[in-house]
Design a protein around this ligand. Structure first.
Ligand code: 6GU
Length: 241
């Protein structure tokens, strides 16, 4: 899978996405991640990429030309001409990103992320190139880079081969609409607290049953809003909801 991130701050992206599990997946050839510096494409002799908003108001607006030319460069590089790649603009004025969106986007071969700064990007270039508008939550950040990295991470881990233990992609939090059960490791007793004895029993059926119950109880207490949509049996619904 190929990610192209259009940004004024490529170093921010490169450092984060070359670290840990995503970095390993890049090294092993499962992912290709390219941060493209929008400033490299400005036609302005002073390398300017922003200007005052028409109509007045605070802040600066990123101009259409450098954004469009950076995007065209990516399109040409990946052979998406005249067809256009899935192009995601990160903005709080959009539907909120979710695990199901991550799964769906992970099926694409190429994804382009467009990161805005200042007071946003000239609307005309957005109309021309953006296929998806996505927010990562109801709060305002200074730019689209952190949201792009959040999305790239969540999407990348759904790509086959990226996680060493494929099972962990499917059994984790939010699968089936439930939060994950609590985990324990050595030692058996820490700070006067013992590991739940069932986990030491070697009885896998009982362990699975306990974990399922913990998932449901945890979802009920921490994210009751998720429980209505969760995949529960009639019996579980009767017992826990
Ligand atoms: Cl996608 N961008 C910015 N700038 N702020 C955000 C966001 C995105 N999602 C939530 N807040």
């Amino acid at each position: 899978m190929h990610f192209y991130i259009l940004t004024l701050f490529p170093e921010m992206i490169e450092h984060v996405l070359s670290t840990s599990i995503i970095g390993r997946a890049v090294q092993n050839g499962y992912l290709h991640i390219q941060a493209v510096n929008i400033r490299d494409f400005t036609a302005d002799k002073h390398k300017k990429v922003d200007d005052y908003p028409y109509g007045g108001g605070a802040g600066m607006v990123m101009q259409a030309q450098p954004v469009y030319d950076a995007w065209r460069y990516v399109c040409t590089q990946i052979g998406f001409v005249p067809a256009r790649p899935r192009t995601i603009y990160l903005t709080p004025q959009a539907p909120v990103f979710s695990q199901s969106m991550a799964k769906e986007l992970a099926r694409e071969e190429h994804l382009v992320f467009l990161c805005g700064h200042y007071e946003g990007i000239d609307e005309r270039v957005l109309e021309e190139i953006v296929t998806d508008y996505v927010s990562i939550g109801d709060y305002v950040l200074t730019g689209g880079e952190l949201p792009a990295m959040v999305m790239a991470d969540a999407i990348a881990r759904m790509v086959p081969g990226v996680l060493k233990n494929e099972l962990s992609a499917s059994t984790e939090s939010l699968e089936g609409g439930l939060l994950e059960y609590p985990q324990y490791s050595r030692p058996e007793e820490w700070n006067g607290k013992k590991v739940p004895p069932i986990l030491l029993s070697g009885n896998h059926a009982k362990v699975d049953e306990w974990r399922r119950e913990q998932s449901i109880l945890r979802t009920k207490s921490r994210r009751p809003d998720l429980l209505a949509q969760a995949e529960l049996t009639d019996k579980e619904r009767e017992r826990y909801v």
